[in-house]
Ligand binder design. Structure first.
Ligand code: ZN
Ligand code: ZN
Length: 357
């Protein structure tokens, strides 16, 4: 969704890189500009002040920089975490380091979309993450969202554990990034839909979110999804409750826009005339769909995801995107697109910096 480069040698850098793979420069991610800068242990000076490494650079492989003027040792992405495992729980911290990568990716995407990221340190009900492990703490950790706090079970960083759950629950896709995207969907539903004029339309599309959640939960796990769920839902889980339908749709909006823009930044264009009749037109993915309609986005995604699925199968893997988007789901995606459009991109607020305490 953004293309990062090493400022010293111009090599493409990945979001998590601590060091340039070509020239060995020590890299730091500068949150306000969403760019990589070269930064060693003594820090670096940018247009907006003095920046130094996050204190979690070694333990969590965090490559974000923090503003030296702020009274915190941690970068914005680490400081938005409210609870984490005890410092002496090494295996939980290994999982925490793994989960921190999709969390940073999520925060970058929210910034790119222009969605507000006020944290619990700035305001009551602001975004917070409780990143805890059900395997290490002995405590019951349930993935979910409540009043701004997103709880993630770090045990899902373990491939065998997550895959077991995926099979048990009959899900075609289960990733840590998917969890973050789904839960932040609950957060924005609460912030940007329930507390705004969007709520009426939301109820018409997704159903009334005031329906009992515990009843819905019991029903879902007793009876499963209705047989015809694919006709109007993105997943079986989405059928459980209007809240889950919105969160699932929101997660897919993030999946689709991130993947399309990543491919666009790689210069990919699908040429109709070279496709032997497979493509009806040239497909030119966009870096941003802010100015595009949902129909354009979904149509680009249709052709691109078909290709990515075939490429994935060519490697003996499951489909990259094992979902289909029937018309009712496209209307729900359009709702998310309009909520994001109305809220995001309308502000020149500084992003991903955090407030002084
Ligand atoms: Zn370099
Ligand atoms: Zn950090």
């Amino acid at each position: 969704m953004i293309l990062l480069r090493c400022p010293r040698c111009d090599q493409v850098a990945e979001l998590d890189d601590l060091m340039c793979c070509q020239c060995g420069a020590e890299l730091g991610f500068h949150p306000p500009s969403l760019t990589m800068v070269t930064c060693g242990p003594t820090g670096t000076t940018t247009d907006d002040g003095r920046w130094v490494w996050c204190s979690q650079r070694d333990r969590l492989n965090c490559n974000w920089l923090r503003d030296l003027a702020l009274d915190t040792e941690e970068c914005f992405a680490c400081h938005v975490v409210r609870r984490r495992p005890e410092a002496d729980q090494d295996s939980a911290w290994e999982k925490l380091a793994q989960a921190s990568s999709p969390k940073r990716r999520l925060l970058v995407q929210l910034a790119v979309l222009g969605l507000p990221v006020e944290t619990f340190r700035d305001q009551k009900g602001g975004l917070a993450f409780d990143l805890l492990s059900s395997k290490s703490s002995g405590e019951n950790v349930t993935i979910g969202h409540s009043n701004g706090v997103i709880t993630i079970d770090l045990a899902e960083s373990l491939d065998d554990h997550r895959e077991k759950l995926r099979v048990q629950l009959g899900e075609p896709y289960r990733t840590m990034l998917g969890h973050f995207r789904h839960e932040v969907g609950h957060y924005y539903q609460w912030k940007l839909v329930e507390q705004t004029d969007f709520i009426g339309e939301s109820r018409a599309l997704f159903g009334d979110e005031r329906a009992s959640y515990s009843d819905a939960l019991d029903r879902h796990y007793a009876q499963g999804a209705p047989e015809d769920w694919h006709e109007s839902f993105i997943s079986e889980y989405a059928t459980m409750h209007p809240w889950e339908d919105f969160a699932e749709t929101f997660a897919h909006y993030l999946h689709i826009t991130d993947t399309l823009s990543t491919v666009a930044l790689g210069g990919v264009v699908l040429q109709g005339e070279r496709s032997d009749g497979v493509l009806e037109r040239d497909v030119v993915p966009r870096v941003s769909y802010a100015e595009a309609s949902t129909e354009e986005m979904v149509d680009d995604w249709h052709w691109l995801s078909l290709l990515l699925n075939r490429a994935s199968r060519a490697m003996g893997r499951r489909d990259l995107y094992p979902f289909t988007l029937p018309e009712p789901v496209v209307r729900k995606l359009d709702f998310v697109h309009r909520v994001v459009g109305a809220t995001g991109r309308v502000t020149d607020r500084p992003i991903l910096i955090g407030a002084a305490e």
